[in-house]
Design a protein around this ligand. Structure first.
Ligand code: NAP
Length: 517
């Protein structure tokens, strides 16, 4: 049985005790155990500040970018074995696994190339020198310098590679060391990524440390100058945000939480066109990729009343073609949920939605499974509900983190669409599928402030677009309200969380020398 270890102050450490089991969700076999009991997180965070931070701050953006490029290539070189592990520990299909792994290496490579562009400087100059007084020799400028502390990254179970790599890429490029902690249930894959990075020896000592499993007292050791980037449920996010010692120390906390993402069909979209097809395929893809365990998954599907029958018929057909079963088997599109706790939470969520909506597909426990000859495994059948009103409070409040979504009939008015989107209390992404520019523009203007991203699906991009659920490093990821209020990525803007902006005033020659102008 594999025992996971944490990578702290330059060495691997196993925690005490029997540890927590990590499962294969298809068979319920235990794959590994992990424990963080007795590990000295305080000393490890201090090691990051003292050793990792000092090393990163002396490096230029080009040099940090080169480390990221080497790290990304090292992980990519093990892509096949990582896919196998994602199937085993995550219940991912090959396609789900690639989405996570390639997303992680691709995002890190994006920030590697940003490092090249930012060049030989070790910090950023935000604004050019400007005269501040009557005499031109008294000038001012602004710079953004790396925080002197450590960034603690707490990640969700559904993206064990992408979560680790996207957060680490941004912090390391900014010049801030990282302590990364994957969610325990799928930590095996993140552990392997960390082993690859340690073996590749591409990062300075102390730049990246790794907690294999439960958080223990890690947040108790966070100090002024450190920062915390969290991804996970709203409940844990609220807990992290509420920690008094973090507030007292003005520690920056970025929360990426859950979200009841929406997709809206415009009234202009006829059932026989490319936009309709795109809408239905996107909904089913978002419902079923990673068994619906995606923060960006579409949960609320707004359809003009007169199109509801067409949409439900098409979604049912597409869902019926979506094979559920052994994620290692070719042709299977939906694997199991991650663990027993997720299965029980999703089953309870389905039961809650069932009380005030109609089941129009699924809702029948495990359903029919391909290539599974036992009654184990955390399977749930993709389930589609139909509400009779677009304002059902349960649908707008309950994140059922599995292959589950609800069709909500609405008037077709863009102002109604926007106000229904807002009922989710703030989301990561909302999609509008329409070829009517005026409709899209009105929904955008009215709903933009309650979303982190808006995706406009139309006939013109049907062949080219990346899709509703794909988070791209060029654009920000995060959303207001329920989605946590955080913001990550967004190209160079992502660095801001890890940098302190400082105004600098003095003589022109002095500032020119310091800023390298
Ligand atoms: P979770 O239970 O909230 O856990 C998230 C992370 O926080 C895990 O690493 C967890 O560690 C850690 N954690 C839990 N309690 C903690 C504490 N007291 N102190 C420090 N860390 C603590 O979420 P999850 O079940 O892994 O993920 C699913 C949720 O994440 C869904 O709601 C989904 O919508 C959301 N999500 C959001 C995004 C986004 O970008 N907005 C992306 C992915 C997922 P342990 O696993 O060891 O408990």
């Amino acid at each position: 049985m594999e025992v996971l270890k944490s990578y702290l102050h330059g060495a691997w450490h196993a925690g005490a005790g029997n540890g927590v089991p990590l499962y294969n969700p298809t068979t319920e076999d235990v794959l590994a155990t992990t424990s963080t009991q007795g590990l000295d997180f305080g000393a490890a965070l201090q090691f990051a500040r003292r050793v990792g931070g000092s090393a990163l701050r002396t490096m230029s953006f080009t040099e940090r970018g080169a480390c990221l490029a080497a790290a990304s290539k090292a992980v990519h070189a093990h892509r096949e074995s990582l896919i196998e592990l994602a199937i085993a520990n995550g219940g991912n299909t090959r396609s789900d696994a690639k989405f996570d792994i390639d997303g992680g290496t691709g995002t890190m490579m994006f920030y590697a190339s940003l490092g090249r562009k930012l060049g030989e400087q070790t910090f950023l100059q935000d604004a050019p020198l400007q005269a501040l007084g009557r005499a031109p020799r008294f000038v001012g400028a602004q710079a953004s310098v790396p925080l002197r502390g450590v960034s603690v990254h707490l990640n969700a179970f559904n993206f064990p590679v992408w979560g680790l790599m996207e957060k680490a890429a941004v912090a390391l490029l900014a010049g801030v060391p990282v302590m990364t902690k994957p969610a325990t249930p799928t930590a095996l894959l993140s552990y392997r990524v960390m082993q690859i990075l340690v073996e590749a020896d591409v990062l300075p000592p102390g730049a990246l440390q790794f907690v294999a499993g439960e958080p223990g007292d890690i947040l108790d050791h966070v100090k002024p100058g450190d920062c915390v980037a969290f991804t996970g449920s709203s409940k844990t996010g609220r807990f992290v945000r509420s920690l008094e010692h973090l507030q007292n120390a003005s520690v920056r906390v970025n929360i990426e939480a859950d979200s009841l993402n929406a997709a809206v069909l415009g009234p202009d979209v006829a059932p026989d066109g490319a936009t309709f097809d795109m809408f239905c395929r996107e909904v089913v893809h978002e419902m079923t990729q990673k068994a619906g365990q995606k923060c960006t998954a579409i949960r609320r599907i707004f359809v003009p009343i007169e199109r509801v029958d067409d949409v439900v018929a098409e979604l049912r057909e597409l869902l019926a073609e979506t094979v559920v079963g052994n994620p290692a088997t070719r042709g299977v599109k939906v694997g199991p949920l991650t663990n027993a706790a997720q299965l029980s939470s999703v089953s309870a969520g389905i039961d809650r939605l069932r009380t005030h909506t109609e089941v129009v597909y699924g809702g029948d426990g495990r359903g029919e499974l391909r290539d599974i000859d036992h009654d184990r495994g955390f399977f749930v059948q993709p389930t589609l509900f139909l509400a009779d009103s677009p304002t059902h409070t349960g649908v707008h409040a309950d994140e059922v983190f599995g292959p589950v979504a609800t069709v909500l009939p609405y008037s077709g008015d863009p102002l109604d669409a926007a106000s229904h989107i807002a009922l989710g209390g703030g989301g990561l992404v909302a999609s509008i599928f329409s070829d009517d520019v005026q409709f899209c523009s009105t929904v955008f203007q009215e709903a933009a402030a309650c979303n982190g991203r808006m995706y406009l699906g139309s006939e013109r991009i049907a062949e080219h677009a990346t899709g509703h659920g794909v988070v791209l490093p060029q654009l920000q990821h995060g959303g207001p309200g329920r989605a946590g209020g955080g913001s990550e990525l967004g190209g160079p803007q992502g660095l801001e969380f890890y940098l302190q902006r400082v105004a600098l005033q003095g003589s022109k020659p002095m500032l020119e020398k310091i800023l390298g102008n």
